[in-house]
Design a protein around this ligand. Structure first.
Ligand code: IMP
Ligand code: MG
Length: 179
């Protein structure tokens, strides 16, 4: 089994690149059917989603595709940094549009719920969530992703955009923490 070491921790390969690509093609196949005729704005949540977004976009055969990138900023020094986040980088007019949020992973669901509310507040008529990875056993919010690449156990993973303390984002495959 292929292993990598990042900082003090060992990770073992769990989702090879080819399996990730199949999952992405399946997501794109559904999007190509369900979003046809809509002027869709895809919103890639940085940093983790950059590889997923790049590969997904290449599989889309929709006519009017646009992509934008956003980062979340939490205010420091408040009681809860979990709740208070803002979106930086969304300058497009999204009033009345269909927005598809591209996330690397939905874990507890707090991040995606926050992004979704803020995009709705900016006037989107419809917001859909596409996540490459979903941890159904970890989710504590009511958010249900519309498009899921792979449903995975509640383990810590890295690679294909996801990091452990800033490292591992460049890995082509996805690896799981060895306990
Ligand atoms: P949530 O708000 O708990 O759903 O977590 C969302 C964010 O936490 C993701 O966008 C990731 O950046 C990070 N995250 C959650 N699980 C993992 C993991 O297993 N590996 C690396 N990052 C993760
Ligand atoms: Mg993320």
């Amino acid at each position: 089994m292929k292993r990598v070491k990042l900082w003090d921790k060992e990770f073992e390969i769990s989702y090879p690149y080819e399996e990730i690509q199949v999952a992405i093609r399946n997501m794109a196949f559904r999007m190509n059917e369900e979003l046809v005729g809509k002027n869709v704005l895809f919103v890639c949540v940085l940093n983790g989603s950059f590889m997923f977004a790049a590969d997904l976009m290449k599989e889309l055969e929709l006519d009017d595709v646009e992509i934008s990138f956003l980062k979340l900023a939490s205010y420091e020094g408040t009681a809860s940094t979990l709740e208070i986040k803002e979106l930086i980088g969304v300058n497009e007019n999204i009033t009345g549009r269909t927005v598809v949020i591209l996330e690397d992973i939905v874990d507890t669901g707090h991040t995606i719920a926050n992004v979704m509310n803020q995009i709705l507040q900016k006037g989107a008529s419809e917001v859909k969530i596409a996540t490459l990875l979903f941890k159904p056993d970890a989710v504590v919010t009511k958010v249900e992703p519309d498009y899921v690449g792979l449903s995975i156990p509640n383990d810590f993973i890295v690679g294909y955009g996801l990091d452990y303390d800033r490292r591992g984002r460049n890995l082509k495959d996805i690896y799981t923490l060895v306990k």
